[in-house]
Design a protein around this ligand. Sequence first.
Ligand SMILES: Nc1ncnc2c1ncn2[C@@H]1O[C@H](COP(=O)(O)OP(=O)(O)OP(=O)(O)O)[C@@H](O)[C@H]1O
Ligand SMILES: Nc1ccn([C@@H]2O[C@H](COP(=O)(O)O)[C@@H](O)[C@H]2O)c(=O)n1
Length: 249
Amino acid sequence: MDAVGRLKEKGVKVIFVLGGPGSGKGTQCANIVRDFGFTHLSAGDLLRAEIKSGSANGTMIQNMIKEGKIVPSEVTIKLLEKAMLENGNDKFLIDGFPRNEENRAAFEEVTKIEPEFVLFFDCSEEEMERRLLSRNQGRDDDNIETIRKRFKVFLESSLPVIEYYNAKNKVRTVDAARPINEVFESVKIAFSSFDKKVTTNSPGNSSFWRLCWQKLRRRVPVTVAMTASCGKEAPKMDAFGRGYRCFRR
Ligand SMILES: Nc1ncnc2c1ncn2[C@@H]1O[C@H](COP(=O)(O)OP(=O)(O)OP(=O)(O)O)[C@@H](O)[C@H]1O
Ligand SMILES: Nc1ccn([C@@H]2O[C@H](COP(=O)(O)O)[C@@H](O)[C@H]2O)c(=O)n1
């Protein structure tokens, strides 16, 4: 039987855990594993393990990570597929994937798996930058130059993926700018039911998301350039406040 058949036979259930670099995905995944019996698969960890293993792709992956770039989907998907098949569990938190449209479409195409939902950690860039600069885990990409590149990739390539799932009503947003235990309280609500959407797509506390949300709710025709929580200028909003990074309810 091929990999798709085996994943199907296992009845694999997947939750994508997304959010900017340093928003706390890994930290909260550890809590979810402890309380909800999932297996945590971090795409970044799998790629770093691949470098360490001395694989043929190692140098390419290392260079991409140093530049904050997204590794070709086929490489990451193979690692995820292998990890899911080798693990006895059937419930997986896939952290840091899909990172762009190519990741998303290729994963669906190759595995035929649709996520149960997407857990999105919403956090301002200022806070994420502070966290990454003090993470101290010896990661090559936790330096200010690469961090800025990762933020840019997140805004340009990863947020559209969250928008895609939001349009399918699959995103559960958590305000990740609060202390770890408070964030986990919201995570627990998101997980309290698998099929029922418990948290709304609320904006969290980051100023950018809150502003987007207010505009969307009021359906205010705006053509303003907002200052994003990243401290950069956000793209102009269209007639109904639907900005590049905003979700419509
Ligand atoms: N709510 C929080 N408040 C303060 N610090 C936090 C919080 N959550 C995580 N951290 C700390 O911030 C750093 C980044 O967290 P974590 O590694 O979980 O983020 P991540 O989203 O998985 O990052 P990346 O995408 O870069 O792997 C860690 O040092 C972690 O201990
Ligand atoms: N789907 C992915 C996930 C990660 N990467 C690369 O790994 C880097 C670190 O990822 P973390 O989730 O651990 O922060 C990331 O910046 C990418 O270079 C990837 O290519 N594809």
